[in-house]
Design a protein around this ligand. Sequence first.
Ligand SMILES: Cc1ncc(COP(=O)(O)O)c(C=O)c1O
Length: 401
Amino acid sequence: MSKSDDDSLRPATKLVQGGRRPEWTGDPRLGGGVVNPPVWRASTILYDSIADLKARGHATHDKLYYGRRGTPTVWALADALTEMEPGAEGTLLYPSGVAANSAGMLALLAPGDHLLMVDSAYEPTRAFCNGLLKRYGVDTTYYDPLVGAGIAELIRPETKLIFLESPGSLTFEVQDIPAIVAVARARGVLTMLDNTWATPLLFPALAHGVDVTMMSLTKYVGGHSDAMMGSLTATKAVWPRLRSAAYQLGQAVSPDDCALMLRGLRTLDVRLARHQASALAVAEWLAARADVGRVLHPALAGDPGHTIWARDFTGASGLFGFTLKGSDEAGRTRFIEALSHFGIGFSWGGYESLVVPSNPADIRTATVWTDPDPLLRLSIGLEDPADLIADLERGFAAMAA
Ligand SMILES: Cc1ncc(COP(=O)(O)O)c(C=O)c1O
């Protein structure tokens, strides 16, 4: 047990203490301990005797068994994430966020089952539903992210899982998660949330009644754009199914990457606060411009999702969208290519700002994206927001040229 198992501790303290169990950070033979759980690289684990080999149960989570089942570096990260999520039984780690999402759905669904998937989901999540999951015999219905308690009308006898992502990818709709969870619980349907945008710091999902919460650790937890990983954190009722499926699928994460993720996790609270403040400053500046159509950021008072966001979330991260009023594809390209502090690239949540063009109209099926203005997505990094604003000013000048 580490000190952050103490439920009276606040989240920022838990981030610092998480996963630092004395048995993983100290060695009495050396007379002391180290601050960070060291990197334990292993495939083979050596046993003292045949009796020892036989006694070591297959299902152990925190005893060395075989490299694929993890070492203290892996367990430290999993424990730290579990401790961040009140109501969680455990966390499983996957080589990417996409792998975590796919493994979670495979574990909770069987041929003949029906899945309700939010229409604003990250595109590769949809690709899994339309591809392998369909071949596996699971039928997916996409639903309007703003459906709220109306989700009840979409539930069939064979519906086993409702997948949520809030705010939505690219379009940032805020879902009424408590209303959907209440319906799901009453009807015996499980819920799974892609909580990458908020992390448990801004939205503790299990405390809001969600059964499984997923994060692409590649984003804010890693925070430095140099490692990929995903996590599933679950309640006691669901955890054994996830763990059994994870063991069968055999995906393992590298202890070196876990050490990078643990390093990122320690500073998540301060980084998110800075991402939030800078993103809000940029979003407010954009919202005041005549050449901007809409700013898609739930922390702005005029945003359609603002009321639900303010009720359920304790803050915002640094990812949001905006449209270029009356512009076109060529204007958007001139805008983006004139920027020097925003890299053009996928992913987000790192210390450096990023920009990508986005086209939700090409992706949606349950709802129609009608806004004719070109849309962009910004990931606001840790630079001084005044420099970012000056850069965006250059983008608008190039767009208009
Ligand atoms: C909302 C969301 N979920 C999941 C993922 C997938 O994560 P990864 O890139 O770690 O596979 C992403 C990646 O961009 C994402 O934006």
